[in-house]
Write a protein that binds this ligand. Sequence first.
Ligand code: ATP
Ligand code: MG
Length: 182
Amino acid sequence: IDAMAERAQRSAMVRVGKYDVGPALGEGTFGSVFEAYDPVSREAVAIKALDKRRVRQQAMDAQIMTEIAAMRQAKQALVVSLLEVLASPTHIYIVLELVPGGTLFRRVVESKDGRLDEATARRYFGQLVTGVAYCHECGVCHRDLKPENVLLDAQDRIKISDFGLAALCGADAALHTSGGTP
Ligand code: ATP
Ligand code: MG
């Protein structure tokens, strides 16, 4: 945490709400995800910054509302938790629990022979289906599950991330549009 505070201090010292914003963690479709730090609670978070103009141009306003609602609805240890949502005249800031272990995609690529051993794959997969089953019980359909959207925490447990294409549905509703990545 001290190293993180130092890094936040060194980088431009941009503030969003009560957070000092640090380096970028990843690039998204409508903006970037940054590491940030609450100097009072000493809590590290991730902030997904969305450019309002780009969001509006691509008529994604409703989808972002759904992304936020889906994360609120599916609160669980295997799902990245939403801490708060902030806004400025130009941006929407989705404040998330920081998941420090990188993506499952990177974990696979960096493994020996470019694949996970069976015991590891089985463990991640068990967590993944448990998390997805919970989302479905909550009426949340993720629709973009892929290793790039699964993060790993400090205990090497998975966290389902990126509800940017999610849909909300009732117990027996069918969805009629497609999304995600071929
Ligand atoms: P889409 O896949 O719909 O384009 P996106 O790529 O814009 O969405 P995310 O997938 O949510 O947005 O985030 C982009 C990257 O930021 C991720 O691949 C990951 O590296 C990083 N990231 C996102 N959320 C977190 C988090 N809570 N903790 C740590 N890193 C994160
Ligand atoms: Mg993504």
